[in-house]
Design a protein around this ligand. Structure first.
Ligand code: 4GX
Length: 260
């Protein structure tokens, strides 16, 4: 079934190029996903089309008014009562690959993009199903966060990535970082591709890649490694990494042993 994304925003133009480009654009063409922007300003009731106002109690900045957002959401909901309404905000639950996977099982996501100091609290109270943050930093609005979410969720929809590839097979799935990749030339200014990758020994290559994935994760994201479910062989590879084995040597030795 086609997955639908409705984006409620004051800046619909922001979404044209990123979502038309390459992979997501193809997914739209193939009919796997549908992305619609809805301008919140179209749901104001007075002629000046005001969407924001000063905060009660005083203070800096402006707050997005409840009425236009309420009417925009109700218009979406009148087409599909089971649409899932998400508000992008630094106060939300942290976005993560597991959350992207879970959201990809929904047929209709609605992404509310806030500007200024955010939305009137009654929007959250009355209309929002889930609040999500894409990270601990402050953007100028929820639009870029919505694009990040759409991109990560779409990768889980069958057919969006090339033929038999899917996000579920990515190594983040096993909570390890990816192993290093190389392509031609073999020698770039004296820096060489690890010999094992040229050996044609598929089991040695697989072992080297697993070891390098464990190395990258151990060096850069020990928090991920602590959560990873490692096999006994993984534990052995981790020990080698911690003993400071250099890139390439173990895999090569293995490749040689394989020849004997
Ligand atoms: N992950 N922003 C929301 C408006 C706002 C301001 C204050 C609530 C309180 C963001 C993020 C993010 C910028 C979207 C501020 N909302 N969204 N916007 N990080 O920074 O999702």
């Amino acid at each position: 079934m086609k997955m639908k994304f409705d984006i409620l925003t004051l800046f619909p133009n922001m979404f044209s190029s990123p979502l038309q480009g390459s992979i997501l654009g193809k997914a739209v063409e193939k009919g796997l996903i549908e992305i619609q922007t809805i301008n919140i300003r179209d749901f104001t009731l007075e002629k000046h089309q005001v969407v924001d106002d000063a905060p009660y109690g005083g203070g800096q900045g402006m707050v997005m008014k409840v009425e236009p957002i309420a009417r925009a959401i109700e218009s979406v909901k009148s087409q599909n009562r089971s649409a899932w309404i998400i508000y992008l905000t630094p106060q939300g639950k942290p976005f993560h690959q597991d959350l992207a996977r879970r959201l990809s099982t929904q047929l209709h996501l609605v992404l509310l993009c806030g500007r200024y100091e955010g939305v009137d609290e009654r929007v959250r109270e009355l209309f929002i199903d889930e609040e999500i943050s894409i990270g601990d930093y402050v953007l100028t609005g929820g639009e870029l966060a919505a694009m990040v979410l759409i991109d990560a969720v779409s990768r889980f929809i069958p057919g969006v990535l090339g033929s038999d590839r899917s996000a579920a097979e990515d190594s983040f799935f096993n909570s390890l970082l990816e192993y290093p990749q190389y392509t031609r030339p073999v020698d770039f200014r004296g820096s060489r591709v690890p010999e094992v990758l040229l050996s044609g020994n598929h089991s040695a290559i697989a072992l080297w890649r697993r070891r390098e994935a464990i190395r990258q994760t151990s060096l850069r994201r020990p928090d991920l490694l602590a959560k990873a479910r490692l096999t006994e062989e993984d534990e052995r590879l981790l020990e080698e990494v911690l003993q400071g084995k250099s890139i390439g040597d173990r895999g090569l030795r293995n490749a040689d042993e394989g020849q004997k």
